[in-house]
Design a protein around this ligand. Structure first.
Ligand SMILES: NC(=O)c1ccc[n+]([C@@H]2O[C@H](COP(=O)([O-])OP(=O)(O)OC[C@H]3O[C@@H](n4cnc5c(N)ncnc54)[C@H](O)[C@@H]3O)[C@@H](O)[C@H]2O)c1
Length: 392
């Protein structure tokens, strides 16, 4: 009899933690294992290490009723029926997938795993990774591995885990059946696919979102250069016209997933993913476009510029791969004085939004946190607000 129903490797992360909370909240015995001792200590004391809406009361409850325990001891992995892998799967500085780290984890975990366990891959993986894992685990057949990709939007995992259908693929019949049994505890619907289909479902979904953001960002650049307000164009496009109803607003498409997964797909397809690469050039080029536009109109040695919002997404505190920092870097390169502010992310150099507004001649919205909605900014200051959160 196993001590835990589930052990989540990477259990202190943005994917592993809310997933563990959701299972524990359903009465399952969950162990969060993470090699970050610091994170485990914070979580063990009942504090969320990052913003995840609706999670704090659940964390308090499941620690109290002992349905959730935290661990930095790798031995915990051998004490669970299900082992869920939720560590990061980044690309390197040349945008190549860093599959080695993920596979190394399996070399490390190997002696703590056994063939009675169901191993579930939750991280977004480069295609063929599951087959590579079997090779690393070795000792012939008999490992039960399922790929069950996470599809939540960061910050809202608790809500979305209750609402989103779960894609499940198994490398064996037993893995499939047991993974379905597990996720039926929290997911409203299960969609069964092959491993290859599941790998592409995840990568295509993120690439699709990234390309949609690129399309709207390119439209913004065209409209802006033409002297036309893109928000008005977009609203007119969408009003009563269902075929354009999903056009997102312009803005920074950043964070640790969308670009990374688009590049994983490009690498998988022999770097022959023109649409993905074009999307990257547009989305990553947006901060430069904004700076060039301002440089045409201002002497950068004479003005101060403030960036409102440093997180990569509205109403969360995560700054991973946020384009606000890239924007700040380009502005500083041209010699202007730059101020940063954020409502959630903490940094000793950030100032309050009120101070930033007072000190800056130009204010650029980096991310549309709710607190910026309708913010009063003196008329003599220019506001660059792609989301239209201040003006609308
Ligand atoms: N963040 C999201 O919204 C999101 C959504 C869907 C899918 N994903 C995918 O899920 C995966 C995890 O992303 P994340 O945002 O949760 O990353 P994260 O960095 O927030 O969490 C990863 C956790 O794994 C831990 N870890 C790393 N190496 C470890 C090891 N060897 N042993 C034990 N613990 C280890 C880290 O300490 C960290 O707590 C990635 O593949 C990502 O692409 C993320």
């Amino acid at each position: 009899m196993s001590k835990y129903d589930i052990c989540i490797v990477g259990g202190g992360g943005h994917v592993g933690l809310p997933l563990g909370l959701s299972f524990a909240d359903k009465g399952m015995n969950v162990c969060l294992y993470d090699n970050s001792k610091e994170r485990m200590e914070i979580i063990g004391k009942g504090t969320m290490p990052f913003i995840e809406y609706e999670s704090e009361p659940i964390l308090e409850k499941v620690l109290k009723n002992k349905k959730l325990v935290v661990s930095s001891d790798i031995n915990s992995v051998s004490e669970a029926r299900y082992v869920v892998i939720a560590i990061g799967t980044p690309v390197d500085e040349y945008l190549n997938p860093k599959t080695r780290d993920f596979l190394n984890l399996f070399s490390q975990l190997k002696k703590y795993l056994n063939k009675d366990q169901i191993i579930i891959i939750r991280s977004t993986v480069y295609p063929h990774t599951c087959q590579q894992m079997i090779r690393i685990l070795g000792e012939g057949e008999g490992w039960h591995i399922a790929y069950c990709p996470e599809r939540i939007v960061q910050g809202y995992a608790i809500k979305e885990l209750r609402e989103l259908p779960q894609i499940i693929a198994g490398m064996t019949e037993k893995a499939l059946e047991k993974a379905v049994e597990l996720f039926s505890n929290i997911s409203p619907k299960i969609i069964k696919t092959s491993i290859e289909e599941a790998e592409l479902v995840k990568l295509f979904s993120n690439a699709w979102r990234y390309i949609q953001f690129a399309a709207t960002n390119q439209f913004y650049m065209i409209a802006h250069k033409y002297g036309v307000n893109y928000d008005k164009v977009r609203n007119a496009m969408m009003e009563g016209y269902g075929r354009t109803a999903t056009l997102p607003s312009a803005g920074f498409a950043a964070g640790p997933c969308l670009l990374k997964d688009t590049m994983q797909l490009a690498a998988f397809h022999d770097n022959n993913f023109q649409l993905g690469h074009a999307a990257m050039m547009i989305n990553e080029g947006l901060p430069g476009f904004i700076v060039e536009d301002l440089r045409r109109r201002y002497d950068f040695s004479k003005i101060n510029i403030g960036i409102l919002g440093m997180a990569f997404k509205a109403d969360i505190d995560d700054i991973r791969d946020s384009l606000s920092f890239k924007l700040g870097k380009i502005l500083r390169f041209y010699g202007t004085n730059v101020y940063y502010s954020d409502e959630y992310a903490k940094n000793a150099t950030f100032i309050s939004k009120e101070e930033l507004i007072k000190l800056s001649d130009v204010i650029i919205v980096g991310v549309p946190h709710s607190q910026y909605r309708g913010l009063a900014i003196p008329a003599e200051k220019e506001v660059v607000d792609l989301w239209g959160i201040i003006k609308n």
